[in-house]
Design a protein around this ligand. Structure first.
Ligand SMILES: Cc1cc2nc3c(=O)[nH]c(=O)nc-3n(C[C@H](O)[C@H](O)[C@H](O)COP(=O)(O)OP(=O)(O)OC[C@H]3O[C@@H](n4cnc5c(N)ncnc54)[C@H](O)[C@@H]3O)c2cc1C
Length: 512
């Protein structure tokens, strides 16, 4: 095995960008630091889960990363999100899963699709076949910690307000007027992304039709009384719950009175009014821990990259939380982008590698928006959608249907289009047994891996970026597999020349 970094050379030889003349709308005239060589390789706007994950992935390759976060403090809206199978696999691949597991609750991998209560399907092909319910701020804190331990700088209370890009880099302007120079800028700044807006990238889709209020608060009536009332209302309202989340503290979800354009949180009075309107009682709610609102808008960015500026996470796609896919999608965007952007900066990326980020990830988001649309329809109380829901409930008794839907939501069914080839090419490889333990344990440094049962192939001049494990006992039913740093299968075969072509395709020219 090889040391963690791709090369020892300084990150200086950035290949010419194909479309680097396309600029984000200039914020102001260039001066000061603009003409100097960039202090950073990548500036990331936003330290949510996507930004933190991306920072960590870039640091694995010694990329100089600065994360600018608008908020001075980490978020307090402690909604519980679910980490789905593929995200758990990514965490395992970087040695993070053990850190996250104690903070969450493992639940069966079931009842995700439109909240239809079916057991987990048989044949789930993963070592991590469960859902981990965990508070979003915990995920954000652990990912930020991971990134900073690896050497990323995070500056809080620093909002990106503008930027301009040229052939060599991007000048980023902060809200306080400070200007910073980097080679790339990635907008991980959420659904209302400043970076996306300044970039002029379209964000078409559907405006919100409904809005929900969500928060945590104490209640003034006994638990049994709440349970009866909630069960009664949930027969007709899926967007309604009061669930205990701690001693005397409830998570409350209730439809809002209408659509608001405001970013600021609702008030306790808003909750009381809506609870009374729907349940006939406000359950004596008081002492809120946090209050928030969210809508069901669905939008997808037209482009994920314009020259040296890229988008990831909610900045590139938004959709309602049904199925719990948003955070997972963003973290997986970061995982896909990190090694490619690092390769670009380290100077070995094949010409089109960075473009594969949009080519691979935008269709995945498109698909998530689509399944979310379908799930939203299935939650409608109208007779038509209710009939379709009943039919789907029947169909999900077929294990294949249940499995198909679960693979969609958990993202383990994704197959990137790498061209013609065996079905496994383009898919992720599960965490199989190898002679040194588990496969994912070999991927902590974010390098490529040749898993070789023939013991006669070599990674030759790519050994500075691709590891080679000769293991005739590996739990594979093919001779050899070339894995990208994100764990997707880039090649299957047993021919050295064919392998070399694929190494070039994904890992550039050999070093020697
Ligand atoms: C009620 C609810 C439940 C959900 N449940 C789930 C679930 O179970 N599973 C799941 O996967 N997803 C879930 N989601 C979705 C998930 O919360 C989001 O998809 C996720 O937070 C997106 O992460 P992100 O890092 O892309 O963006 P964000 O989390 O929005 O982070 C963006 C960051 O950028 C910062 N920022 C904004 N503008 C600037 C600027 N100009 N300069 C610098 N920083 C800036 C923000 O302060 C923020 O910290 C849920 C969402 C809601 C509303």
């Amino acid at each position: 095995m090889h040391p963690p970094q791709f090369t020892a050379e300084p990150p200086s030889t950035d290949p010419v960008e194909t479309d680097s003349t396309v600029s984000g709308r200039p914020s102001s005239s260039t001066s000061g630091t603009d003409s100097a060589s960039p202090a950073y390789d990548v500036i990331i706007a936003g330290c949510g889960p996507t930004g933190a994950m991306l920072a960590a992935e870039l640091r694995l390759h010694d990329v100089r990363v600065l994360v600018l976060e608008k908020e001075t403090e980490p978020p307090s809206a402690a909604r519980i999100v679910g980490l789905h199978i593929r995200s758990l696999e990514l965490m395992a691949m970087r040695g993070l899963l053990e850190r996250i597991l104690p903070h969450g609750r493992q639940r069966p991998a079931s009842a995700f699709f439109a909240a239809i209560p079916k057991p987990a399907p048989k044949g789930l092909d993963s070592r991590y076949a469960y859902l981990l319910g965990v508070r979003q701020p915990v995920i954000e804190r652990l990912l930020e910690q991971h990134a900073t331990e690896l050497g990323a700088q995070v500056r809080r209370g620093r909002a990106v307000a503008g930027f301009e890009q040229d052939d060599e880099g991007v000048t980023v302007e902060l809200a306080d007027g400070e200007r910073l120079r980097s080679r790339y800028l990635v907008g991980c700044d959420g659904g209302r992304s400043t970076v996306r807006k300044l970039l002029g990238v379209g964000f078409p889709g559907e405006a919100a039709r409904t809005e929900s209020l969500m928060g945590e608060m104490e209640v003034g009536v006994p638990q049994e009384e709440i349970a009866v009332k909630v069960a009664e209302i949930r027969e007709t309202h899926q967007r309604f719950w009061l669930r205990p989340v701690g001693v005397g503290v409830y998570s409350v979800l209730v439809p809002a009175a209408g659509i608001s354009d405001r970013a600021e949180p609702p008030t306790l009075e808003d909750f009381k009014r809506q609870l009374r309107a729907i349940a006939g009682t406000d359950f004596g709610v008081h002492s809120p821990r946090w209050l928030s609102r969210f809508g069901d808008a669905m939008r997808l960015a037209d482009r994920y990259r314009v020259g040296r500026v890229l988008l990831a996470g909610d900045a590139a796609h938004i959709h309602p939380p049904i199925g719990g896919q948003g955070l997972n999608l963003g973290v997986q965007d970061a995982f896909n982008l990190g090694w490619k952007l690092a390769a670009r900066i380290r100077g070995w990326a094949p010409e089109t590698l960075l473009d594969t980020y949009q080519a691979e990830r935008r269709p995945v988001a498109e698909e998530v928006l689509d399944n979310t649309r379908a799930q939203t329809e299935l939650l409608s109380t109208e007779p038509g959608p209710q009939a379709v829901r009943r039919l789907l409930i029947e169909l999900m008794d077929f294990d294949e249907v249940n499995l198909h839907l679960l693979e969609k939501i958990t993202a383990i069914g994704i197959r990137y289009d790498f061209g013609a080839g065996p079905d496994l090419v383009g898919r992720r490889l599960r965490d199989i047994d190898v002679k040194q333990g588990h496969l994912y344990g070999l991927l902590h440094q974010g390098r490529g891996l040749l898993l070789d049962r023939t013991e006669r192939l070599t990674v030759g001049g790519w050994s500075d970026r691709v590891d080679h494990l000769a293991d005739p006992t590996a739990e594979l039913d093919v001779p050899c597999v070339l894995l990208r740093p994100d764990g997707h299968v880039a090649w299957i075969g047993d021919d050295q020349q064919d392998l070399d072509e694929h190494l070039s395709r994904w890992f550039g020219e050999p070093a020697h």
